[in-house]
Unconditional design. Structure first.
Length: 80
């Protein structure tokens, strides 16, 4: 599902950022509290964007987001 919808684009960007934060083991080793805070903030942003999705929300996307299957949600948004 590749889209030009700005909410979908913002959600995909936030999901990519979350994956990047999780993968940044150096940041985690250097500053665990800062790393956790960024992870918490991006997760809150994802939740907020989820609430802004325009109806109708595809049931698969809704399922992935509700279950925090963020890799699958990103793949869905990117049309993979």
């Amino acid at each position: 599902m590749t889209t030009t919808n700005p909410i979908h684009q913002s959600l995909a960007a936030a999901l990519r950022e979350r994956l990047g934060v999780i993968a940044d083991r150096e940041w985690y080793a250097r500053d665990p509290a800062g790393h956790l805070e960024r992870l918490r903030a991006i997760s809150e942003q994802i939740a907020a964007l989820q609430q802004q999705l325009p109806p109708p929300v595809d049931p698969r996307l809704s399922h992935f987001l509700e279950r925090c299957s963020y890799d699958k949600a990103l793949a869905f948004l990117e049309g993979k």
